[in-house]
Design a protein around this ligand. Structure first.
Ligand code: BGC
Length: 760
């Protein structure tokens, strides 16, 4: 049930969106779902192939450039295009937009990891063929993108010609009118001429500034001996021609290998040719077999089963599948805001990773989660440097948006000012430790990151009248910028500082040698650690007595309220229609801010404050950011507002599939995809990871017959199955473990289901 995404209508207006929805990737390589045979002249397509973190640097142009503004910005590059294959039936070129489509079907198979278009086409002159286009980006051999095209003559066909192309000279997509898409610097690759070697077409390219290189080695073949073949190379464009007589079905395969210097160093072309050699006997089906095996393992632990709503079932699987397709699985890469599905946000990594996507990997595929943390750790030196650039004397400031550590945000009020990213990163390290119990990681990477981020809080904040206050920062809500004492930032900083103290105490008793190494490397002393603890204790957390809510910041509640009801529908998202300053003057939120803090750190507030705050901020939030609905859904679950929880959840689970934000064409909303998973696991099932243990407060939405999923916790695999009024916990793998169900301890033993009422 619902293992595929299907499209059986060819609608011109959906094509760009479908390029994102049908993108294929493996965390290293990503290929948009473009049509092999191309499009009509007047049609705009974002034809793209990307390697995670493969980027160039471009200058940022400012009217007025002040101290500490970044000079350059990193930018994910579109690389050589191997997707193109034209098909001719006698003298007519195949196009979905000419002739007649007697049948058309497009599928993305999420359990098998490939996509397919099948077409029964009648040409304008009445000739008929069946064509199937299959493509796959291998999870097992990550450099490989393979296509298989099968053409079956049906009526009056005497010749089939295939023109397979490789184009090395490509550009990025730009849209000067949308701040979420790049506005310039389209051409950043210097492409080399294509040549032939070992029966392959080979090409390389180098970035203009970072001098990174990439190569593509493409090999084509068919299953029929009997054909003519010709190869024609003109500079950076190559075309291979296969001509078959039109009597029999023909299968054509194109195997493309991509390598980049970030992972493979020098002599890329030789290495890629070598890989082609190693897989020379591989057909599409051989890659497919490996793919299916890989995905069987993935789904065995990661799948979520929803009985009673096929659309949501499809939506949640789609989201998990795309998270897997986009997440970097080597220490050179992370997961971009649009994954590898498009060029929106230019391939940058944001806090989206730690707060929205990391939890899915943490609880299902901890080794991928750890890699995300290690990638951030690899950026620590740049973060130290960034702190200095701003004028801080010590500590690390992680960039708001980046690929390899340089701050890539040119708009500091909603960029660099979001210091909370430090607290978010620290939070994800702490969560990882609580879930994995990984002591080595705790002592090494976690200790260092927590110390360096703690230091920075002391640089940004100050003690005033017995309180520790943090001024001039921006919280998650980007419609309220540069404020004092943003509740979210302050509470995340408090958590960060408290945990740095715990790390200190733990190392002091368990591994004094490591502690003294660390203190000496960082030039830290006990007095400094003492200050962190004092700052944590005295952290000012704004609270409004009259409303009994946490104030978003010092002045939020004093502002006038934006009249959301009087704002015409076509003025949303507000950021595309109003100057930021106007928005900053009002109580209007782009996304969850205080409400998010209450989700992440519920123990710093009481239930009444959390509930009042939810109701208050809900009324002033536009959800113009796709990072918002999921948080409101999770918190509505916590507050027993079940209808609302379900309603918000429905808006997240198919946000891209139904193009609810209207910009899926620029890439998928990866944070939201992670958010839907959280909406189920943290929302409906009420998961919270605490220092002591893992807690659940589950309920089943009344629209569903049942809900089932697994989580990994401390080396165990725990299965939850919810039915009406009941939940069954089963320990599937690992030693007995205690968990909490609605606050009461429950011991799980291997294979013995434990049934509980979901009502408190
Ligand atoms: C949101 C940010 C987010 C960014 C990338 C913006 O619209 O406001 O919170 O990090 O998108 O997804």
């Amino acid at each position: 049930m619902s293992w595929n995404i299907e499209s059986s209508k060819l609608n011109k207006s959906d094509l760009l969106t479908n390029e994102s929805l049908f993108f294929l990737g493996n965390g290293y390589l990503g290929v948009r779902g473009n049509f092999e045979e191309g499009y009509p002249e007047d049609y705009k397509s974002i034809r793209g192939t990307y390697i995670n973190a493969f980027h160039d640097k471009v200058d940022i142009e400012y009217g007025e450039k002040l101290h500490g503004f970044p000079d350059t910005q990193e930018k994910l590059l579109n690389i050589m295009d191997a997707q193109s294959v034209q098909i001719w039936v006698d003298d007519e070129r195949f196009s979905l937009f000419e002739g007649e489509l007697l049948d058309y079907q497009r599928n993305l198979w999420m359990n098998q990891g490939y996509s397919e278009r099948t077409v029964h086409w009648r040409s304008p002159q009445g000739k008929e063929v069946n064509i199937s286009f299959k493509r796959l980006v291998s999870f097992v051999k990550r450099e490989v993108f393979v296509q298989e095209i099968t053409i079956e003559p049906i009526k009056d066909v005497s010749r089939i010609s295939i023109y397979s192309e490789l184009e090395s000279d490509v550009s990025n997509f730009v849209d000067p009118d949308d701040p979420r898409v790049a506005s310039g610097h389209a051409k950043r690759l210097s492409a080399e001429d294509i040549y032939e070697k070992n029966g392959c077409h080979v090409t390389g390219a180098e970035t203009l500034e970072t001098r990174m290189s990439v190569c593509c080695v493409s090999k084509t073949f068919s299953d029929k001996e009997n054909h003519t073949y010709e190869s024609n190379i003109e500079g950076t464009t190559a075309q291979e021609t296969y001509i078959f007589d039109g009597e029999e079905k023909v299968t054509f395969t194109k195997r493309n290998v991509y390598m980049d210097s970030l992972r493979y160093g020098k002599n890329l072309e030789e290495k890629a040719i070598q890989l082609q050699e190693e897989v020379k006997s591989y057909t599409f089906n051989d890659f497919l077999k490996e793919q299916i095996q890989y995905l069987e393992d993935f789904w065995a632990t990661s799948d979520i089963l929803i009985e009673g709503d096929d659309d949501l079932q499809q939506g949640i699987r789609f989201n998990m599948y795309h998270l897997l397709q986009s997440v970097g699985k080597d220490p050179k890469s992370n997961i971009a805001a649009k994954g590898l599905s498009g060029e929106g946000y230019e391939g940058h990594y944001f806090w989206d990773t730690e707060i929205y996507m990391f939890p899915f990997f943490l609880m299902t595929n901890p080794e991928i989660a750890k890699n995300l943390l290690l990638h951030r750790y690899s950026l620590l030196d740049s973060a130290r440097q960034r702190a200095k650039e701003i004028g801080h004397t010590r500590g690390a400031l992680f960039p708001w948006r980046t690929i390899t550590g340089g701050e890539s945000s040119a708009f500091f009020p909603a960029g660099t000012a979001q210091y909370h990213i430090n607290g978010d990163i620290a939070y994800s390290y702490i969560q990882y430790y609580m879930v994995s119990g990984d002591e080595d990681f705790f002592k090494k990477e976690m200790a260092e990151v927590l110390f360096e981020t703690s230091r920075l809080w002391l640089e940004v904040g100050h003690f005033h009248e017995g309180q520790f206050r943090i001024d001039s920062v921006t919280g998650p809500d980007e419609y309220t910028c540069i404020v004092n004492n943003n509740y979210y930032t302050n509470v995340m900083a408090k958590n960060n500082l408290l945990w740095a103290g715990k790390v200190y105490d733990h190392l002091k008793s368990e591994d004094p040698q490591r502690l003294s190494e660390l203190m000496s490397d960082l030039d830290a002393d006990e007095e400094e650690i003492g200050k962190w603890q004092e700052a944590a204790e005295k952290m000012f957390l704004p609270y409004n007595e009259a409303l009994k809510i946490n104030e978003q910041d010092d002045t939020f509640l004093q502002k006038g309220k934006w009249d959301l009801d009087a704002t015409p529908k076509d003025k949303y998202p507000l950021l595309l229609n109003y100057h930021p300053l106007l928005l900053y003057r009002y109580q209007v939120c782009k996304q969850a801010d205080t409400v998010l803090a209450h989700f992440l750190l519920e123990d710093f507030s009481d239930q009444e404050t959390i509930e009042n705050s939810y109701n208050y901020y809900e009324a002033v939030t536009t959800h113009d950011s796709s990072l918002s609905f999921c948080v409101f859904s999770i918190m509505a679950s916590k507050l027993d507002q079940k209808e609302k929880a379900y309603d918000y959840f429905s808006k997240t689970s198919r946000l891209d599939l139904d193009n609810l934000h209207g910009n899926t064409k620029d890439g998928l909303h990866m944070a939201n995809m992670g958010g839907t998973w959280m909406g189920i696991v943290y929302g409906f099932a009420g998961l919270r990871v605490k220092e002591s243990n893992v807690h659940f407060s589950p309920y089943l939405p009344e629209q569903w017959g049942s809900l089932e999923f697994n989580i990994r916790y401390r080396g165990r695999l725990i299965n939850l199955k919810l039915t009406k009024g009941k939940v069954v916990y089963t320990l599937v793998e690992g030693k007995p473990v205690d968990i909490f169900h609605h606050g009461a301890e429950v011991t799980l033993e291997s294979g013995i289901p434990v049934e509980k009422d979901t009502k408190v």
